[in-house]
Design a protein around this ligand. Sequence first.
Ligand SMILES: [Zn+2]
Ligand SMILES: [Zn+2]
Ligand SMILES: [Zn+2]
Length: 368
Amino acid sequence: MKQFQCQSCGSTVFFRNSSCLSCGAKLGYSPDHDAMFALEPVETDAAQGDGRKQWQAFAGPRFHFCANADHGVCNWLISVEDEQMFCRSCRHNQLAPDLSIEGNLARWQRLEQAKQHLFYSLIRWRLPTPTLADGVSEPLVFDLIADVQTDSGVQRIYTGHDAGRITINIAEADDDERERRRVGMGEPYRTLLGHFRHEIGHYYWDILVRDGQMLNEFRNLFGDEREDYGAALRRHHAEGAPPEWPGSFISAYATTHPWEDFAETFAHHIHIVDTLETAHVLGLKIDARAVHDDALKTDVAFDAYRVADFDEIVAAWTPVSVALNSLTRSLGQQDAYPFVLSRVIVEKLDFIHRLIRAQQADTAPVAA
Ligand SMILES: [Zn+2]
Ligand SMILES: [Zn+2]
Ligand SMILES: [Zn+2]
């Protein structure tokens, strides 16, 4: 993730800020510019435009806010020439949380923050994100919903992906509930952002692997996805992962089925690239003084979203993840990145890196 600056006062501001904490300027993020803008309201005459409030960037373009800004769940901007009511992230929402239920607005805010962070990466990579309005067979749609109380009991909503529809159970936005599930399932890592990055992996398997040129290579690396998924899931829940899993899989859950392995690995690819971008823009340099080990040195001299060679990314990620975990342990926190990358896992990550870069060739770069 990039770092951003308030154009009004020069202070550092963050992706999720809707106003500058130093000078109070109104802020919005424009995915089309990959930039945060400080904004002033524009006095428009009622006959002009479509009646929506306009905002002008300091010496820059004019925007509307996404309609979900009215709920305080979105700070993304839409160019005034664009008739869309919702931003590039929110326009994929099909079902949003029921705001008549106490606590759901706060849950929705946390969910949208995670979803925006996901979309930040998808836009950086120019990955396709078709909406319902695009008329494609598998548009990307999000349902952010809760378990349903019925007369006969509770109807459970499962977080998952089905033919472009990503469902997130909004209970995952509650730290206590998510932590309970994490411990119950013996997972070292469970975050809202991780859920979004995992489920989008299933979506891109469909449209880039199943419908693409790399299906055979996928099967060689991840296994044959024609294996019965339901039976694989039941086996995983009954028996757990085989003991030797860490040599070939990023997580125990990834052993369930080649689809889950791909989705887990896809999520990690985003974790690594986005965290390395943050390290790069911060000018982070790792050079362990007590350890004379070149594998633990990096100055992250590149933007990981633009690097062709995945080995370069791994070479920087190793020292950065070691440093991250050392720092969080010093704070008495759990490891920030509780995973080990084996050679096989790196090959799978490299496959995903090449898959993403191969589809970029067909699309125009995002405006700088
Ligand atoms: Zn400011
Ligand atoms: Zn929005
Ligand atoms: Zn999955």
